[in-house]
Write a protein that binds this ligand. Structure first.
Ligand code: GLY
Length: 296
């Protein structure tokens, strides 16, 4: 895996955790498609914000991932979605938490960012805001997959895949950074529970002066360590991105023992990837290398 670039970069992840064998190849294909979409956006002159939104939307639409369509169910058997996005140019950010019946939460989070008011909207307020910006609700069944319904019904986590969250970080041709994250959260979560993916600094962070990060894994642990911002702060201290990502995961592991992963990009387009789980499918496209590099 190449670690250095000075041109546009897109790096995406499909969640850290244990992947069911029948999903491994499907998820690799999804990650590849998301990276390609982000790359097309960047090379067409699109911004890093557009690139991470487009990449994450591909994964939200793909039922093999725990975000948008394919999200896991909460304790009551409902889908509640979290997402966030951040623009490294000016630290603008938008997020939504515990939102139902929204097919592309990352697009709603971007609309929240664009409105320039509150950074985080939850529940019914987020749905009301969606209506004002023309984002229509889908029927609940449109997000529900047989896999997640069965998984919820049997409640046998040790036999089911436990992979959560998708995310992307990008550097555009103008040198700006962005990050986005989207998730159905943890299976059987309490209704109303909002995890790290909706919280700026925890699941998502971007600052042109330092770097951009998107996290996956146990949201409560990620919130305790403010993991995305912590990893970016390691860049400020002079760490290379790969070591900054590893150090962030090491510290979280030591303090909480929870399972997590992170992708990280610095302002030079150098990448960092770390996880303490068996798998975390990632894809990266760097300047001069239009074929995605896929790694688990
Ligand atoms: N990282 C996803 C969640 O805990 O909600």
């Amino acid at each position: 895996m190449s670690a250095r670039s000075f041109g546009p970069v897109i790096l995406v992840h499909g969640g850290a955790g244990k992947v069911a064998p029948d999903l491994v190849e499907v998820r690799r294909a999804g990650i590849r498609a998301a990276a390609e979409k982000g790359w097309q956006t960047l090379t067409a002159g699109g911004s890093a914000v557009e690139a991470v939104e487009q990449a994450v939307k591909i994964l939200e639409d793909d039922p093999a991932f725990n975000a948008g369509r394919g999200a896991c169910l909460n304790r009551d058997g409902e889908i509640e979605l979290d997402a966030s996005i951040m623009d490294g140019r000016d630290l603008a950010a938008g997020a939504i938490g515990a939102v139902k019946r929204i097919a592309n939460p990352v697009t709603l989070a971007r609309a929240v960012m664009g409105a320039g008011g509150p950074i985080l909207l939850v529940g019914d307020g987020a749905r009301q805001f969606a209506a004002t910006v023309g984002i229509t609700e889908c029927v609940a069944e449109a997000l529900l997959t047989e896999r997640q319904r069965t998984r919820w019904a049997i409640l046998r986590e040790e036999d089911a895949e436990n992979v959560g969250t998708v995310g992307a970080v990008a550097l555009d041709q103008a040198g700006h950074l962005a990050a986005a994250t989207s998730t159905g959260g943890l299976p059987l979560k309490a209704p109303g529970r909002v995890g790290d993916s909706a919280l700026i600094g925890c699941g998502t962070y971007a600052d042109d002066q330092l770097g951009a990060a998107s996290c996956t894994g146990n949201g409560e642990a990620i919130i305790k360590l403010v993991l995305a911002k912590t990893a970016v702060e390691f860049l400020r201290m002079g760490e290379e991105p790969m070591e900054a990502a590893r150090r962030a995961v090491r510290e979280l592991t030591a303090r909480t023992g929870a399972e997590v992963g992170i992708i990280l990009l610095d302002s030079y387009g150098r990448i960092g990837v770390a996880r303490n789980t068996a798998q975390m499918a990632c894809a990266c496209i760097l300047e001069g290398n239009t074929e995605p590099e896929i790694f688990d």
